[in-house]
Design a protein. Structure first.
Length: 270
């Protein structure tokens, strides 16, 4: 069974004994995906990545499994432990402008309930961060019209044995340049190409966050994101990433962008 270490799953009569959560009289039967202990049940719903515990007799805890939330259904004493969508915001920044964009993207991703956000500079990130995430936002400064060599080098040095192991994760991008027309969208397209080569599913942003301002290919700014429309574009990109991750990977249909009530097109056509 999948591990539940660090998550207290309590039902009537539960006690915490180190790495076990127990009640008296254990009657085990089941398989790798389901274990029935007497009248208690633990079941993993693979499609929704949800543990539903009807108060188990014993849960054998194996290793750490971060990103879990506990929810109680009081009427029937059923506990659900939900795995949150894991969002990685990966960036390289020369002057701090792309870093500020990354912070805003992470802020936006955090607006979606049930998301866990990890903000990483490439100097502190490695291949385990790619394995960890469900969705990724990649940001690079635009240097001479393209991706910074540091960001390209980071991807070039990913272990070859991990090739083909990232398929199906969700991806998007962002970039800052010294001026408008400095090649930000070229950089975004290059970053999207990298993600597609790794099997990520990438998306465009149809929303407008200001008059004649959108992040169709990714969030872009000239210099630092100072104006509200620029900051909101970064937040919206992260929010959309988390919405797609929770919808497509965690199976939460209510997170689909078309089911949200916030204004998406108020500035369209102005």
């Amino acid at each position: 069974m999948h591990p539940l270490h660090g998550v207290l799953v309590y039902g009537p009569g539960f006690s915490d004994r180190g790495n076990r959560y127990t009640t008296p009289r254990m009657n085990f039967s089941g398989s790798a995906d389901r274990a029935c202990f007497g009248w208690w049940l633990i079941e993993l719903d693979a499609a929704k990545r949800t543990w539903a515990a009807g108060g188990c007799r014993t849960i054998r805890v194996l290793t750490a499994w971060p990103g879990l939330r506990l929810r109680r259904q009081n009427s029937i004493n059923v506990y659900k432990v939900k795995l949150m969508a894991k969002i990685l915001v990966l960036y390289h920044s020369n002057s701090g402008n792309t870093q500020r964009m990354a912070q805003l993207v992470a802020e936006g991703a955090g607006l979606v309930a049930g998301s866990e956000v990890r903000l990483r500079d490439i100097s502190e990130a490695d291949h385990t961060d790619l394995a960890w995430c469900d969705g990724i936002a990649v940001g690079s400064p635009t240097n001479y019209g393209s991706v910074s060599w540091q960001m390209k080098k980071w991807w070039d040095e990913q272990p070859i044995e991990n090739w083909g192991q990232r398929d199906g994760k969700i991806g998007c991008v962002f970039s800052s340049a010294g001026a408008w027309g400095g090649g930000q969208e070229w950089t975004c397209l290059a970053l999207l190409s990298i993600l597609m080569n790794y099997g990520f599913l990438v998306f465009g942003l149809t929303d407008y966050t200001g008059i004649k301002f959108s992040a169709h290919y990714g969030a872009i700014v000239a210099g630092a994101p100072r104006e509200e429309k620029e900051q909101q574009a970064c937040r919206r990109l992260g929010q959309r990433l988390a919405e797609w991750a929770t919808t497509m990977i965690d199976g939460k249909a209510e997170s689909h962008p078309l089911k949200q009530s916030y204004d998406r097109f108020g500035d369209l056509g102005k």
